[in-house]
Design a binder for this molecule. Structure first.
Ligand code: UD1
Length: 373
């Protein structure tokens, strides 16, 4: 009988929690189905503490049924270099103590790259969930994180065919690449009925199809004063006809305060604290459209076929453009793009392949099959 396969799962920031939850649940399902056959999985969860506010972290653990982490590194915020270094320094002794068969990382945040570097240098195999995505824009910190993580990882679990292609082009051996599908959609499918029951729209006094859902936090949009000013001006004008719900990320709030900007004079705009996962799902499902720079919301809106304008020059998730309901916009074209979108159908696009709610099961199978004996 084989000893249990030991996994060290890493999560650090809001989008990571949504991706790690289904993997944990699939591990539990594997263990429940083992019955003496198959191999048990021993799973140890590490929270790096990159996101630490209750609204950015605890609420996701609660809503998504994620157990308390076995290790909480509590690294907090900092410059890219200091945050990455602090995560590495704190993660190394955990790896040495736990001796996992795999370190499993998700997505493209600083925690993803930092923990991959540590494991690779210790000779511990790394599996990367959501491998192969590329925006081809190295001005984005996440693109650097993706490139480094994928160059070092031993098992690259991709969501879509474009991911496989990107990895091949970078010379990653075919044997390391496995297309498993979109794990974020596993969480969505698992939670959609629970979400519907919490009555987000009623609580916020919104009607389905009669409001716009906005989230913005990328440095390229919120750290540049001129861009943030134009965005706020355009939202103010839109809010004369459409109620706007805008949960504000801590980075965006800090920048608005620093630049002396506010929504005080715009009664049509509802600035809110960051929302939990279930509220966000409901708002995405029922909005007339989304304006966002989030990677996850491009995917969740595609699943619901809700039109989405992504305020970025590129996306690492091209299937949301080719198959889904997403299109890119810019500060310069925002007004025209909104006008065009409002003239179109309120449901757009289709659901891409392997967005089926079973990705985490496929991930667990690959971790078992590809483990070093
Ligand atoms: C990070 C990720 C980004 C992801 C986003 C999701 C990187 C490089 N960026 O960006 O890919 O889309 O998370 O939200 O990893 N802060 C708080 N409370 C918190 C966390 C952060 O107030 O719980 C504030 C801090 O002042 C911090 C700032 O927000 O300096 C930015 O946080 P940080 O984790 O550095 O990057 P995000 O912009 O959240």
């Amino acid at each position: 009988m084989l000893s249990p396969l030991k996994l060290l799962l890493v999560a650090g920031a809001r989008p990571n929690f949504i991706k790690i939850a289904p993997v944990i649940h699939a591990i539990w399902a594997n263990n429940a189905a083992c019955n003496g056959n198959g191999r048990l999985i021993d799973c140890c969860l590490v929270h790096t503490g990159q996101h630490y506010d209750s609204a950015m972290s605890d609420v996701f653990f609660r809503e998504l049924g994620i157990p308390s982490p076995n290790h909480d590194l509590e690294v907090g915020s900092g410059s890219h270099a200091s945050q990455t270094a602090n995560i590495m320094r704190a993660f190394e002794p955990v790896c040495i103590h736990e001796k996992p068969d795999w370190v499993v990382v998700v997505g493209d945040v600083n925690s993803t790259m930092a923990c991959t570097l540590v494991a690779a240098k210790l000779g511990i195999p790394v599996a990367h969930i959501e491998a192969g995505l590329r925006s081809f824009d190295r001005d984005m910190p996440e693109e650097i994180n993706r490139l480094v993580t994928d160059a070092l990882a031993d098992l690259l679990l991709t969501p879509s065919a474009d991911g496989d292609e990107n990895l091949r082009r970078e010379g990653i051996p075919e044997a390391k690449i496995r297309r498993v599908g979109n794990v974020m959609i596993d969480s969505l499918i698992a939670q959609i009925e629970v979400a519907e029951a919490i009555g987000t729209l009623q609580r916020l006094g919104l009607e389905p199809g009669r409001y716009v859902y906005v989230t913005l936090h990328r440095p390229s949009n919120v750290d540049i004063r001129e861009n943030l000013e134009v965005i706020i001006r355009e939202l103010s004008s839109l809010s004369e006809h459409w109620p706007i719900v805008f949960p504000i990320h801590p980075r965006t709030r800090q920048r608005m305060v620093a630049f002396g900007l506010s929504f005080d004079a715009q009664p049509g705009i509802r600035p809110l604290e960051p929302l939990g996962y279930l509220d966000s799902l409901n708002l995405t499902r029922h909005a007339r459209f989304l304006l966002t720079d989030s990677g996850g919301l491009q995917e969740e809106s595609t699943y619901f076929r809700t039109p989405c304008l992504t305020l970025r020059p590129n996306t690492e998730r091209p299937v949301t453009l080719t198959i889904g309901s997403n299109r890119l916009t810019s500060v310069a074209t925002l007004r025209a793009d909104i006008t065009q979108l409002l003239a179109e159908h309120s449901r757009l696009g289709q659901t891409p392949p392997l967005w089926d709610g079973h990705t985490a099961g496929r991930i667990v199978d690959e971790l078992l099959i590809n483990a070093r004996q």
